[in-house]
Design a protein around this ligand. Structure first.
Ligand code: AMP
Length: 214
C-alpha cells in the first residue's frame, strides 16, 4: 500500500502515520524527520535545510526531490509506505508523479486530514517531541506519564523551534499558498479521500481505518 498523508502542519499526520504503520506493516517516510536528523547530525543536507526550517519556510524543491528519490525505491518497504509531509508543492507532486511513472508504480490513496486552523494552532503550541527517539506528545491530549520525559526511552522532551507561535502562523500561510493547491491536483488524478481530523487521535485513527478497510 502506498499513500500520501496530506494536511496542514499539526493536523496529526505524524501520529496517524505511526498508527497506520503498526496496522499495515508499511513504513513511514517523513521528510521533516529526515531533515531534522540531518540538522541534528550537521550533515550537508541538514546545513542546507536548517535556515529554512527554523523560519517555518519550505526547503527548496530540488533538495527535497533528491532526498525522496534516494529513499523511495530503496526496496526496504515490501508492504509499502506512507509519505508524511511530502509532497508539499505542485513541483514536488509533479516530480513524484514522474518517479512513479518511471518505476511503474501507483499510489493507492491520498488521505487529506482536515481540521480548522484555530484547533491546529492549539495543537502545535502544545506539541512536544523526544530529543532521543522523536516520539511526539501533546501536553493536552497525549501527555507523557512523567512531565518532560519520554514514556518510551526516558529522553527529554523539547518544543520544536518551528512550533513557537510566531512561526506557526507563517507555516499555516505557506500551507495555504503552496500545499493546499495539491488538493486540487490530486482530486483530479488520484484517489483523494478527506478525513475529519478534529477528534482525538483514536477517533481520527478510526476514521482512517474506515477508509482503508472499506
Ligand atoms: P514537518 O515535520 O513535516 O512539519 O516539517 C518540518 C519542516 O521541514 C517544514 O516546515 C519545512 O521547513 C521542512 N520540510 C519538510 N518536508 C518538506 C517538504 N516536502 N518540502 C519542503 N520543506 C519540507
Amino acid at each position: 500500500m502506498k499513500m500520501i498523508l496530506l494536511g496542514p502542519p499539526g493536523v496529526g499526520k505524524g501520529t496517524q502515520a505511526q498508527r497506520i504503520c503498526d496496522d499495515f506493516g508499511v513504513v513511514q517516510i517523513s521528510t521533516g524527520d529526515m531533515l531534522r536528523k540531518g540538522v541534528k547530525e550537521g550533515t550537508p543536507l541538514g546545513k542546507k535545510a536548517e535556515g529554512f526550517m527554523s523560519k517555518g519556510e519550505l526547503v527548496p524543491d530540488d533538495v527535497i526531490l533528491g532526498l525522496i528519490g534516494e529513499t523511495l525505491f530503496a526496496d526496504d518497504a515490501p508492504k509499502g509506505y506512507i509519505l508524511d509531509g511530502f509532497p508539499r508543492t505542485v513541483p514536488q507532486a509533479e516530480g513524484l508523479k514522474k518517479m512513479f511513472e518511471d518505476n511503474n508504480e501507483k499510489l493507492d490513496y491520498v488521505l487529506l486530514l482536515e481540521a480548522p486552523s484555530d484547533l491546529i494552532v492549539k495543537r502545535l503550541s502544545a506539541r512536544r517531541s523526544c530529543k532521543k527517539c522523536n516520539k511526539v506528545y501533546n501536553l493536552v491530549s497525549m501527555p507523557p506519564k512523567t512531565e518532560g520525559k519520554c514514556d518510551v526511552c526516558d529522553g527529554s522532551l523539547y518544543q520544536r523551534v518551528d512550533d513557537k507561535e510566531e512561526t506557526i502562523k507563517n507555516r499555516l500561510d505557506i500551507y495555504k499558498n503552496q500545499t493546499e493547491p495539491l488538493v486540487d491536483f490530486y482530486s483530479k488524478t488520484e484517489n483523494l479521500v478527506s478525513v475529519d481530523s478534529t477528534g482525538s487521535p483514536e477517533e481520527v485513527h478510526k476514521n482512517i481505518l474506515k477508509v482503508l478497510k472499506g
